[in-house]
Design a protein around this ligand. Structure first.
Ligand SMILES: Cc1cc2nc3c(=O)[nH]c(=O)nc-3n(C[C@H](O)[C@H](O)[C@H](O)COP(=O)(O)O)c2cc1C
Length: 319
């Protein structure tokens, strides 16, 4: 193993190569890269995970329909605020944190953000390199639908030691992708594609997932996904405000859908609704955690004209 890979290997084994301590601006490119890796412990090696997991209950594969319950407080009235839980007492205090304070590490911000902004859907993104030779597949949970008319999505790419993520580079070079949904039964395969494999190894092979044809873009879609969205890049933004020597920029892509693919048995007749019991989406949480949907509840969106005559508070506010 050479270069970047050996630096990563050393870091994973927690070996302190001498250059790790050298962060001066006169450092060599390799030293800068080593230093950047040392400051970027986003993906840590987890020891004894299989032992820990063995003590946990098995995953419930029963596929029983996800129950629909009442909402948490069906008697809630306008102005009621929160009536249950710790925040109801109004005595909890909050710590103020400046994310840019000296001594506040990027990793602390990362851990705080991914545990506090949760669950996040996982966009499983298929792209192809500029020369058309490498087919790339990787998961991203800095991902969201941002509009339905036109259907648009964002995917965001974190800074890392060395070059920018392949998916970002491919989007920049080709402007095309497929965003695939992630269901419970796919999660190990999806997680495997996030591995920092050598560039010539295809994540498709690592995952064992299958390619299915697309119509408007070159990248293939994932056959196992319930829902896949072919898309083209509308805009990209690189965040130069946090450039660190040895690390790539962070970047964001705005993607407009050009085609939808929906598993036939998972949708209603006019393909306007996907069955949650078929989609079984996985959400990414803090640390290494993922969540599944265990139950749902409905809550109609309020309309002033319907609600105001029924509510004393709304009527008072209106006068
Ligand atoms: C569930 C999951 C979600 C992830 N979300 C992101 C993300 O939002 N942004 C990011 O830069 N990396 C994210 N990663 C890490 C990338 O998938 C990983 O760096 C991958 O190797 C990038 O592949 P690429 O270089 O082929 O694009 C995530 C990994 C996992 C397992």
């Amino acid at each position: 193993m050479r270069g970047y890979q050996s630096v990563l290997a050393a870091f994973r084994k927690r070996l302190p190569p001498k250059v790790l301590r050298n962060q001066s601006s006169t450092a060599t490119p390799k030293a800068k890269l080593v230093s950047a890796v040392a400051e970027n412990p986003i993906v840590l090696s987890v020891r004894n995970f299989k032992e820990t997991e063995a003590k946990r209950p098995n995953f419930d594969h029963s596929d029983t329909p996800i129950p629909v319950t009442k909402s948490p407080n069906p008697d809630w009235k306008y102005g009621d605020g929160v009536s249950r839980g710790e925040s109801a007492a109004g005595i909890l205090t909050h710590a103020e944190i400046d994310p840019y304070a000296p001594g506040r590490s990027m990793v602390s911000n990362y851990r705080l953000l991914i545990s506090g902004i949760a669950p996040r859907p996982v966009g499983f993104v298929s792209t192809v390199s500029a020369d058309g030779k490498t087919e790339n597949l990787a998961p991203f949970s800095y991902f969201q639908i941002v509009e339905h008319d036109p259907p648009m999505f964002i995917v965001s790419f974190s800074s890392r030691p060395g070059r920018m993520k392949d998916t970002y580079q491919n989007l920049k070079d080709t402007g095309e992708c497929v965003i695939n949904t992630v269901s419970e039964n796919m999660i190990e395969a999806v997680n495997a594609t996030s591995i920092d494999a050598p560039r010539h190894i295809s994540e498709w092979d690592v995952s064992g997932l299958h390619k299915a044809p697309t119509s408007t873009v070159k990248p293939k879609r994932v056959r196992e996904s319930v829902f896949s969205i072919e898309g083209k890049v509308i805009d990209m933004k690189e965040f130069r405000s946090h450039v660190t020597e040895g690390k790539s920029l962070a970047g964001l892509a705005l993607i407009k859908a050009t085609r939808f693919w929906v598993r036939q048995d998972a949708a209603n007749e006019d393909f306007s609704h996907i069955d949650l019991n078929k989609l079984r989406p996985v959400g990414q949480l803090g640390g290494m955690a993922y969540g599944r949907i265990a139950s749902t509840f409905d809550l109609p969106r309020p309309k002033w004209d319907d609600e105001q005559p029924k509510s004393e508070l709304l009527t008072r506010l209106a006068t």
